[in-house]
Design a protein around this ligand. Structure first.
Ligand SMILES: *[C@@H]1O[C@H](CO)[C@@H](O)[C@H](O)[C@H]1NC(C)=O
Ligand SMILES: *[C@@H]1O[C@H](CO)[C@@H](O)[C@H](O)[C@H]1NC(C)=O
Ligand SMILES: *[C@@H]1O[C@H](CO)[C@@H](O)[C@H](O)[C@H]1NC(C)=O
Ligand SMILES: *[C@@H]1O[C@H](CO)[C@@H](O)[C@H](O)[C@H]1NC(C)=O
Ligand SMILES: *[C@@H]1O[C@H](CO)[C@@H](O)[C@H](O)[C@H]1NC(C)=O
Ligand SMILES: *[C@@H]1O[C@H](CO)[C@@H](O)[C@H](O)[C@H]1NC(C)=O
Ligand SMILES: *[C@@H]1O[C@H](CO)[C@@H](O)[C@H](O)[C@H]1NC(C)=O
Ligand SMILES: *[C@@H]1O[C@H](CO)[C@@H](O)[C@H](O)[C@H]1NC(C)=O
Ligand SMILES: *[C@@H]1O[C@H](CO)[C@@H](O)[C@H](O)[C@H]1NC(C)=O
Length: 319
């Protein structure tokens, strides 16, 4: 049994711990730069949402500078899953280091700069693990290790503030729905039920592995601030409660795509039904593989809360 005095002491320690936990991280006006890594969900060059990418909205909402290294179609490492275009390890991080070292990024002070990574959708999906196209022997363990390894590489170069974005529930995308139709993303034969089940398994195990790996890593990087942004939870909530988030003039739609293009094998072309103008913001998905612009504004709004005071419903700081 604890004596009252010990209890009081315990209480004091607990309060003290909580105070550090909520106060030592990102505080108002503190973060001045965001450096983003990832794939088409984050790339600003060819945004796949019909409008602006979330980091561009965030830079505007939070009035911070954006340095974007995310690339369309990127995977984490070409040694695990090939990309015709780019990977975090071979292209994005090297370009960041080149630009940092040659002075073109100016001074990115570690305490005012936040680094984010949202990668894995292409590693686990129809061009990777799901269809057996990963390099020999590569598994969800390797692709997840690669994604969290990004953090250690940047840490070793002096970076200290990190947000790791976990995978959204990809099984909800039109491409991975049980009743998926052939599209420009995938029009070969497949069993849509098996894809739906398989991608859900990969997303959920990848997210859990990332959480465990980051927690283990964080214990060693005590002077870093490491947060996990729960994209899975946020998108599940947008899917389940669309009226909290979507605001276009068409009926709210979380299953179809705003630009819905059915691939016709005989014509070898797609046949599209397109939302336009203010209807676009009614759709969770822009096309069969990508979130819509309003969903991306929502991500930016959540991040802008994080920038403003360090807390957000979808963010969990490991420390
Ligand atoms: C945005 O940030 C810049 C540079 O930090 C500052 O000069 C400017 O006043 C800020 N603008 C607003 C609207 O807060
Ligand atoms: C990929 O594998 C090759 C050969 O083992 C190695 O030299 C290279 O560093 C690896 N690249 C990455 C990004 O891990
Ligand atoms: C720094 O490197 C980048 C990427 O190679 C290049 O585009 C840029 O011109 C370089 N800047 C300077 C000042 O050398
Ligand atoms: C597709 O996969 C599901 C789940 O394994 C199976 O029940 C179903 O029979 C398959 N459909 C076809 C057409 O093979
Ligand atoms: C922690 O750091 C030590 C020393 O750098 C290293 O040997 C160890 O593998 C690290 N542990 C983890 C879990 O990263
Ligand atoms: C959602 O959008 C798709 C694509 O335009 C359409 O086929 C579907 O009927 C819509 N669903 C609802 C519930 O409006
Ligand atoms: C629908 O949008 C797609 C993609 O932007 C475009 O290629 C297609 O021409 C559009 N179709 C119609 C009927 O507007
Ligand atoms: C929906 O809300 C966003 C702000 O989150 C706003 O920028 C956008 O214009 C709105 N869309 C419509 C169609 O009103
Ligand atoms: C953080 O800021 C957001 C708005 O930017 C606000 O809704 C939220 O209540 C704030 N949280 C705290 C703990 O101050």
């Amino acid at each position: 049994m604890l004596k009252p005095r010990s209890l009081a002491l315990l209480g004091a320690l607990f309060v003290c711990h909580l105070a550090t936990a909520s106060g030592a991280r990102i505080t108002e006006g503190h973060i001045k730069n965001i450096v983003t890594f990832g794939d088409s969900y984050t790339s600003i060059d060819l945004p796949q949402d019909g409008g602006q990418a979330w980091p561009v909205y965030l830079a505007g909402y939070a009035n911070i500078s954006l340095h974007s290294y995310a690339r369309v179609a990127a995977t984490c490492s070409p040694n695990l899953t090939t990309s015709l275009v780019a990977s975090v390890l071979n292209d994005e991080l090297p370009l960041y280091f080149t630009e940092k070292n040659n002075g073109s990024l100016g001074s990115l002070e570690s305490d005012t700069t936040l680094y984010t990574n949202w990668i894995g959708t292409n590693d686990i999906g129809y061009s990777g693990l799901l269809t057996g196209q990963a390099q020999d022997g590569a598994s969800i363990v390797d692709t997840t290790e690669c994604a969290v390894g990004w953090l250690k590489t940047l840490y070793d170069s002096g970076a200290r503030n990190f947000i790791f974005q976990n995978l959204l529930p990809l099984q909800l995308l039109p491409t991975y729905a049980p009743d998926a139709y052939p599209s420009k993303f995938w029009n070969a034969e497949r069993n849509t039920t098996e894809w739906h089940i398989g991608i859900a398994e990969l997303v959920r195990s990848g997210n859990k592995l990332a959480e465990l790996m980051l927690t283990q890593m964080a214990a060693n990087l005590s002077d870093a601030h490491i947060g996990i942004f729960d994209s899975y939870g946020l998108f599940q909530d947008m899917y389940s409660n669309p009226s909290k988030y979507l605001n276009g003039t068409a009926p709210l739609n979380v299953t179809g795509a705003a630009i819905s293009c059915v691939y016709d094998l005989e014509k070898a072309a797609t046949d599209c039904t397109n939302a336009t103008g203010s209807q676009l913001d009614s759709y969770l998905w822009y096309n069969e593989m990508h979130p819509g612009e309003q969903a991306n504004r929502v991500i930016a709004q959540q991040f802008s809360e994080i920038i403003s005071n360090g807390t957000n419903a979808w963010l969990r700081w490991l420390h």
